[in-house]
Ligand binder design. Structure first.
Ligand SMILES: O=C(O)CCC(=O)C(=O)O
Length: 195
């Protein structure tokens, strides 16, 4: 598996979104993106589509621009987990020489304004120097404090169990996951309409 989607489904073949092809956008990811967006002054940002890219070490993503969204002014939020990527970001045309940056586990990259429509690529996934460690516990959290009505409590209990993390840690030990969040619709629009 190389990718999955949340919200509006991005069709890699047609490069089009479709009103009929969508799933629920996760509320926690939506809240996180809105928080980042409002901090940057984009208080109307609506997370409507996410592509989750799965990269085994050795895989790549070729150069492209993200232009399928009718709304090309809203920023794009990109979250990286696991192994390190070399990310190339160029200009609006292929003539511009790209710059290379590392995207490491926990990095959040924002493509806004000029960079929103620039060519980019992932030519290499490298092993990270600081491997994933399953340090998440729920030991010090008090159910009353965290608001059990807001949480999936079964999941909350599970994350405190070291065994819960073994499949995740085995997967991420050899892979990178990137979550790429976009606003699709223009302000005031409530659907894609007829294309
Ligand atoms: O994996 C990344 O950092 C970039 C992913 C990307 O460019 C995309 O999903 O369009």
């Amino acid at each position: 598996m190389r990718w999955t989607t949340f919200g509006y489904h991005h069709n890699w073949d047609t490069k089009l979104y479709d009103e009929q092809m969508q799933s629920q956008f996760p509320e926690d990811l939506s809240n996180l993106c809105r928080l980042f967006a409002s901090t940057l002054g984009y208080s109307d940002f609506k997370p409507e589509a996410a592509i989750v890219n799965y990269y085994p070490v050795g895989s790549t993503l070729s150069g492209h621009t993200d232009h399928s969204e009718p709304n090309k002014s809203a920023p794009l939020f990109s979250f990286s987990f696991g192994q390190t990527a070399i990310f190339l970001i160029g200009g609006r045309t292929l003539e511009e020489k790209p710059s290379a940056v590392y995207l490491r586990c926990g990095d959040v990259m924002i493509m806004s304004q000029e960079s929103r429509l620039c060519y980019h690529a992932v030519p290499r996934i490298m092993r990270t120097q600081t491997p994933w460690s399953s340090t998440l516990t729920n030991e010090n959290a008090d159910d009353a404090d965290i608001g059990s009505h807001l949480l999936d409590m079964d999941l909350f209990q599970n994350v405190g169990e070291p065994n819960f993390w073994i499949p995740f840690s085995n997967y991420i030990g050899d892979s990178r996951i990137n979550i790429n969040v976009r606003q699709v619709l223009n302000p005031g629009d409530s659907n894609l309409g007829t294309l």
